[in-house]
Write a protein that binds this ligand. Structure first.
Ligand code: HAM
Length: 419
């Protein structure tokens, strides 16, 4: 029996990859505009990094990590997200001695052992950014504007940006106590997971899908209503930035996000869908993470976007046709084997000059070469016969209009490059 890919993974194969390239090139183009540097960290890290970085009350650490012992008996984990790795690399390479803030972006696979379904995979891809070294709320605003700009530039419609403030170590403990006091009387009605959350991280009860838990928590105190002065002021300035830059947002006081490192601003973006797999991306501030991982007391903020969900949403919204900015393709056909040298040299010359050129590599008859050119959606076909070898004047057929013109190599290059 043929071997299949592991459950929860997927291949990006055939024409599918073109969609990914469209998305990825837009992302790298925007990263240049906002002056971010790419960072590439290992796919696997010490398990301890995620235990300390992501936090042991999160679903990720609790049940979703791909963890194993390597041959040297070290506990290794396939990265479930990028923030902890970027923070680790920043500390390890003394990023605090470089110009601050440090601005990074990454694109790559992440691994979470969860139940696969549409939009949720065990190996998926994230694009993310992290900025380390600035506490300024206008940075939060800029990052939110950037995140929205990414989706808008890709043409995605029905965007909904939800923001919240989840407080800081000076206001959160007080709020936690208030919440626990409120929940105490209903403790026995909470689901077993939320009973576990009650002690360690009661705010996460807002994420529970259980209707009874939702009913209980819905009327509970909200962190946004219990912020300290500093967090309150910070949140006001973030909102001011968004208003100034015309970024539409909603405040969702119940959004806590499923990672332990967040402080102050937290956010999520969806596009016209509700439910568990609707989040296209999310992020927030993590002012304590660098110190938690053994670095200096430096703040950080960032977000990550799920690329499978972006591609899926763009397919659903019919966006790939409009974004297709591919170069024209020319197929160089040869009448017989005798013309093959000219065909090969012409194709080589065209490629050297930046033209996408293809020729026959299957020893097909002319009729079948034409069929092939149609199948690969060639925009133009040039047929090389005996005359063309002698004259160096080539018949260029436009496959969309059927029109044929004769031109020299220089003219060919100009037309095919669209200059
Ligand atoms: P996250 O919310 O866990 O945040 O993931 C960000 C995005 O990754 C999600 O909104 C979703 O689009 C995508 N995603 C997550 N899990 C899966 C999955 N199993 N299959 C497909 N897509 C998925 C983080 O990872 C944080 N590190 C974001 C961040 C960066 N916060 C600060 N800096």
């Amino acid at each position: 029996m043929a071997i299949k890919g592991p459950k929860g993974t997927h291949d990006i194969i055939f024409n599918e990859i073109n969609k990914w390239h469209i998305v990825e090139s837009k992302l790298t183009e925007l990263m240049q505009l906002y002056d971010y540097n790419e960072i590439r960290t290992p796919i696997f890290e010490s398990t301890e990094l995620f235990l300390r970085g992501v936090g042991d009350t999160t679903d990720i650490v609790d049940k979703e990590m791909y963890t194993f012992l390597d041959k040297g008996n070290r506990s290794i984990t396939l990265r479930p997200e990028g923030t902890a790795s970027v923070a680790r690399a920043f500390i390890e390479h003394s990023g605090f001695n470089e110009v601050l803030p440090s601005k990074f972006y990454y694109i790559g696979p992440m691994f979470r052992y969860s139940r696969p379904q549409t939009g949720r995979y065990r190996q998926f891809h994230q694009f993310g950014i992290e900025v380390i070294g600035s506490i300024n709320p206008y940075l939060d605003g800029e990052i939110l504007e950037l995140m929205m700009n990414i989706f808008i530039s890709l043409g995605i419609k029905n965007l909904k940006l939800e923001i919240n403030s989840v407080g800081c170590p000076s206001c959160r403990p007080l709020h936690k106590e208030k919440l626990k006091n409120y929940l105490k009387k209903n403790y026995s009605d909470l689901c077993p997971t939320c009973q576990g959350r009650y002690e360690k991280n009661p705010l996460r009860i807002f994420d529970c899908k259980n209707l009874q838990c939702q009913e209980i928590i819905n009327n509970g105190p909200l962190i946004t209503d219990n912020l300290c002065e500093e967090c309150d002021d910070h949140f006001k300035k973030v909102k001011y930035y968004l208003e100034m830059t015309n970024v539409e947002y909603l405040i969702n006081k119940k959004m806590v996000r499923g990672l332990d490192y967040y402080t102050k601003t937290a956010f999520e973006i969806t596009a016209g869908k509700e439910g568990a797999q609707s989040s296209l991306g999310g992020g927030g501030r993590y002012d304590g993470l660098i110190e938690e991982l053994g670095g200096p007391n430096l703040p950080g903020i960032g977000f990550a976007i799920g690329l499978e969900r972006v591609v899926l949403t763009m397919e659903e919204q019919g966006l790939f046709d409009k974004l297709d900015n591919k170069h024209d393709k020319v197929y160089v056909a040869n009448v017989s084997e005798n013309n093959i040298n000219t065909t090969i040299k012409l194709v080589q010359e065209l490629r050297k000059n930046g033209v996408v050129a293809i020729n026959d590599i299957m020893s097909r008859k002319l009729k079948n070469q034409f069929k092939y050119a149609n199948k690969i959606n060639a925009d133009y076909v040039i047929i090389i016969g005996d005359d063309e070898i002698v004259n160096h004047i080539y018949p260029l057929k436009n496959m969309n209009t059927g029109e044929q013109i004769y031109c020299s190599l220089d003219e060919l290059i100009k037309i095919l490059r669209g200059v």
